[in-house]
Design a binder for this molecule. Structure first.
Ligand SMILES: [Zn+2]
Length: 235
């Protein structure tokens, strides 16, 4: 597991004041840019607008505001990316989100299909102090209930190279390491198929003409639709 260093202008300082000035919507934009790969690549306004389900005009306007706050560098024609400060803010929000998901599932009995929407709301309002308490009460976890890495306070994100279940060949036996948290219906389908974190899965038959793949999981043969296999990552 390698750690990707992240330039962090705020390191060593109290990080909260930067975020306290931001609205929920501004934080959502920063986080969306992070998830769309803004740390390494430029994100187009249309990509961002699609992810956040807003108009291109709204996205352009917000990018201007975030650029004025030194969170984003934005070129109208080439696209937008996070500055070091913007990335630091994004990682704080992602850390909140993933710790909250873990807390809701481990301590409050939520299903893994229920936690994402709650965390989307709560991530904007909990204090750094509460985040620290949650982290400690959970035993300082490195990943959340979907297998997503929890950024450290210093802004490091452990990266593991897991493959999509779609890319696995017949006969390979691997373990489920991560699933996408964005679609509750797909998470319920995964649960139903027994595809939980850390279970072993063996591919028995690859997809033919876009049909489902067949796997063995928990001693049973299961048909997994491609749209479901796509959100499962194994290693
Ligand atoms: Zn989530």
């Amino acid at each position: 597991m390698l750690f990707l260093g992240v330039p962090n202008k705020l390191e060593g300082q109290t990080q909260a004041p930067t975020r306290r000035r931001l609205s929920q919507s501004q934080e959502d934009y920063v986080k969306a840019l992070y998830h769309l790969g803004a740390a390494t690549a430029l994100v187009s306004t249309s990509q961002l607008a699609e992810r956040l389900q807003v108009s291109a005009a709204s996205a352009t306007e917000m990018l201007g505001k975030l650029a004025a706050l030194d969170l984003v560098s934005h070129d109208r024609y080439r696209g937008a990316s996070l500055t070091a400060t913007g990335e630091s803010v994004a990682l704080q929000i992602v850390r909140h989100h993933r710790l909250l998901e873990m807390y809701l599932s481990q301590k409050l009995g939520y299903g893994w299909d229920e936690v994402h929407d709650e965390a989307e709301l709560l991530e904007h309002v909990i204090s750094e102090r509460m985040e620290q308490r949650i982290y400690e009460v959970l035993g300082k976890p490195e990943v959340d209930c979907h297998g997503d890495p929890i950024p450290t306070l210093q802004g490091q994100v452990p990266q593991a190279a897991h493959r999509s279940l779609l890319a696995v060949g017949v006969g390979e036996r691997l373990r489920v390491r991560r699933v996408s948290d964005r679609d509750p219906d797909k998470l319920r389908a995964l649960e139903h198929l027994g595809l939980r974190l850390d279970v072993q899965v063996e591919v028995l038959r690859e997809s033919v003409y876009e049909g489902p793949i067949e796997v063995r999981v928990g001693g049973r043969r299961r048909q997994v639709p491609l749209g479901i296999a796509r959100v499962v990552f194994v290693g």
